[in-house]
Design a protein. Structure first.
Length: 285
């Protein structure tokens, strides 16, 4: 995809009426058993499964997020990841494929990550850990067409021991990171902060900290127990601008008797898209 990833996500939010991002996290123990899969290698099984999932969900998502760690467990993980991204680009033009590896290193190691993820793999974005500061974040301004998702306030239970430390200014560390993301590192307008739905933040106040045109990834909804109700408070002036990722919930839904897994995946994607849109519209009432 050669377009600006952030603008494409914004476009799909409005014209495809979706705030849903589908995570593509391969778990061989959960991939459905099909006779056609039996003779395939692990890598081929994953590619075949994801091709079907992508075809099923493409009309219901604004982006895909691929967790690199799951691919790295495979002997041919790099090639498998590249082929899944290529499948998205070739068969569903205009849907960004973002790699989640929480990149946060510097200098030549940083360049190796970028050359691989944004170059070799041709990803449309990457999730980054900003806690090594300018050396991590400033080089990302050179990629104005990529979506750079920045860990600000994360949804993991133990994150607060670092992120909630109060600074001399009186604000917590995560809020300072958010401020840097907005005011210092976002010179190319390509950054998306992660905000947690699981820690009881005042989302109305958080939304006021973030420019109207800046996208937000609302984390922790689904298996981590976050609430949809926070979503409406983070919407921008176009009743858009915030999206939610679901991985396991879409990929591996609970099947009812005689239900095909493809149907279950589609129904779950539609259900989540609909639930998010309900919250989106509630804010207008």
């Amino acid at each position: 995809m050669k377009e600006n990833a952030i603008e494409v996500i914004k476009h799909r939010m409005i014209f495809k009426d979706t705030l849903l991002c589908c995570g593509l996290d391969p778990d061989l123990s959960k991939i459905p058993i099909e006779p056609a899969f039996n003779k395939l290698s692990k890598e081929e099984r994953i590619k075949t499964f994801f091709a079907k999932v992508i075809d099923i969900t493409a009309n219901h998502v604004c982006a895909y997020k691929l967790q690199k760690a799951f691919f790295d467990r495979l002997s041919l993980g790099h090639d498998t990841l590249k082929e899944v991204i290529s499948y998205i680009h070739k068969n569903h033009v205009g849907i960004p494929a973002i790699i989640d590896c929480k990149m946060g290193d510097i200098e030549n190691t940083k360049q190796a990550y970028l050359s691989n993820i944004l170059g070799e793999l041709e990803a449309d974005g990457v999730v980054v850990n900003p806690y090594m500061g300018d050396d991590v974040m400033k080089p990302l301004a050179k990629y104005p067409d990529k979506a750079i998702i920045v860990l600000a306030k994360t949804s993991n239970p133990g994150g607060g021991i670092v992120q909630d430390i109060n600074l001399e200014s009186g604000i917590p560390l995560w809020q300072y990171i958010l401020k840097l993301t907005i005011e210092r590192w976002n010179s190319s307008q390509n950054m998306i902060p992660v905000i947690s739905s699981t820690v009881g933040l005042d989302m109305t106040r958080v939304r006021k900290l973030i420019p109207d045109e800046m996208l937000i990834l609302l984390a922790g909804i689904g298996t981590q127990g976050g609430s949809y109700s926070d979503l409406s408070k983070l919407l921008n002036s176009k009743r858009s601008g915030v999206f939610v990722n679901s991985s396991r919930g879409i990929l591996y839904p609970q099947l009812i008797p005689d239900q095909m897994w493809q149907s279950a995946v589609e129904l779950e994607a539609i259900r989540l898209k609909t639930e998010l849109n309900k919250e989106r519209k509630l804010g207008n009432e």
